[in-house]
Design a binder for this molecule. Structure first.
Ligand SMILES: [Fe+2]
Ligand SMILES: [Fe+2]
Length: 467
């Protein structure tokens, strides 16, 4: 079995687990992990995780991208010289206690100021007290800081607002994280030949393009404004997920869907040729810098020209994804382009506006969709914009919304055919206090209840943890 086969096998298993496994341990202690500051926050992709299955292992991705088997459940995005071990620590549940076990990591783990593991040269495990613990990984020079909260007394209903995340979120988080790590290797590796990288990319896209449920869950994930540290990788993976979702929604055959996902993954490959001080510039680009940036589409086509005949869509999309049907795009300013290029151009636009860029913060998915609606007459074909909204809903999963009743909720499901009326779980009552029952409202069945505005995730989370 080759490394690639092992990668695929593992990813398939995870995809299945993500969509089918029921994890219920009502009443037993659980752990909520939050990134406190620094790069550890990125590992959680801006969200907080509830851990209900144990052992739960935390570490970094292996140096060789192929050696996936046995990777940790939560991957810390460490880079050489590594300060996080591949299996740095695990959380275990013994009887009624949560035990943190340092897996003999090189620098140890600091738990509420106490160093355990190799760094301390001795003790390797420590029970976590009920309540909050401060955890530092990576040594004192480059600490990754987390807060672990152990909760023992909870009835099955208490965390209903996060149960969805609990059952599906972590396996999909691991899958998403792994997609990014593999995509990074595929997009930046100079060691492997291009055909090798193309094959690895086909495998990667196939992992979710053959399963609409997994794509849907990955999509919910990719809407988090903070995903993967390498902006180009995160962007490419997210655009691939959106593209596959659109292709599935338009009932493209699976082999076409995979090719479209592939084209999306590679569309910006030549952004790596643009100097980083242009890519990450915080101010508006000068005319000259913009011209340099614009070269990535022509260069992308040239670099990708050697794909087999069956995959010509890949260089085509690299060339066309900044073209617009009103002729204002580049590099050629054409007024007609293929449906595939236009779909990927929409996914590209939506991804860019809903995530951090050096010059600005992210717009919410709702704002992103609103921009698409406003622009549709000018630069995108109206029927494709309609498809986009049908597939993505005006309020994607995880959007936080205020209802006209004064209550605040989180979208837990979208309702096909009802882009303005998803299913909302009420998290805060109209008095601003946590809602006692976390009930779900299917807005399509309640004419008198509607969303009055959406609130960015960030405000929601800071509000939530002030309580
Ligand atoms: Fe681009
Ligand atoms: Fe792009």
């Amino acid at each position: 079995m080759t490394d690639r086969d092992r990668v695929l096998e593992r990813l398939h298993a995870e995809a299945q687990r993500a969509t089918s496994e029921e994890v219920t341990h009502a009443g037993a202690p659980i752990v909520i992990i939050s990134g406190m500051n620094g790069p550890g926050k990125t590992a959680l992709m801006g969200r907080d995780l509830i851990i209900r299955f144990f052992p739960f292992r935390i570490g970094r991705v292996s140096r060789r991208s192929g050696a996936v088997s046995g990777e940790p459940d939560l991957v810390i995005p460490d880079s050489p010289p590594y300060r996080i071990s591949q299996f740095h620590l695990s959380l275990e549940r013994r009887n009624d206690q949560i035990i943190l076990v340092d897996q003999e990591s090189r620098f140890g783990t600091k738990v509420n100021g106490i160093l355990i593991g190799k760094g301390a040269g001795g003790e390797e495990e420590i029970p976590l007290p009920t309540g909050d613990s401060q955890i530092l990984l990576g040594g004192s020079k480059m600490p990754y800081a987390f807060q672990f909260r152990v909760i023992k007394d909870h009835s099955p209903g208490i965390f209903q607002d996060q149960v969805w995340a609990d059952e599906h979120f972590i396996p999909v988080a691991a899958l998403y994280n792994r997609l990014c790590h593999h995509a990074q290797y595929i997009l930046t590796s100079r060691e492997e030949s291009f055909p090798e990288r193309l094959h690895a990319a086909i495998d990667l896209i196939t992992t979710f393009a053959t399963n609409t449920d997994t794509t849907h869950l990955l999509y919910a994930f990719s809407t988090s404004p903070e995903t993967f540290p390498d902006m180009i990788v995160a962007h490419s993976v997210n655009v691939a997920i959106y593209t596959v979702k659109l292709a599935q929604g338009l009932s493209y055959p699976t082999d076409e869907t995979i090719k479209m996902g592939l084209a999306a993954l590679f569309h910006d490959i030549c952004l790596y040729e643009v100097p980083p001080d242009i890519i990450y510039k915080k101010d508006i680009l000068s005319d000259h810098e913009y011209e340099v940036m614009k070269k990535h589409s022509m260069e992308g086509r040239a670099l990708l020209a050697e794909v087999p005949d069956d995959y010509q869509v890949v260089p085509m999309v690299a060339l066309e994804h900044h073209e617009r049907i009103d002729g204002t795009g580049y590099p050629k300013g054409v007024t007609s382009l293929s449906e595939i290029s236009e779909l990927i151009a929409m996914a590209d636009f939506f991804e860019a506006v809903t995530h951090y860029r050096p010059q600005r913060g992210p717009y919410t998915p709702h704002e992103g969709i609103r921009m698409l609606l406003q622009l549709k007459e000018a630069i995108f074909s109206p029927h494709l914009v309609k498809t986009f909204i049908r597939e993505f809903s005006l309020f994607p999963i995880f959007s936080v919304v205020r209802l006209n009743t004064g209550e605040i909720g989180q979208v837990t499901r979208t309702d096909p055919g009802w882009p303005l009326r998803p299913v909302v779980r009420v998290v805060f009552g109209r008095d601003g206090r946590p809602a006692p029952d976390y009930r779900e409202i299917k807005l399509s069945e309640h004419n008198n209840i509607y969303i009055s505005r959406d609130i960015s995730d960030r405000i929601f989370i800071s509000h939530y943890f002030k309580l």
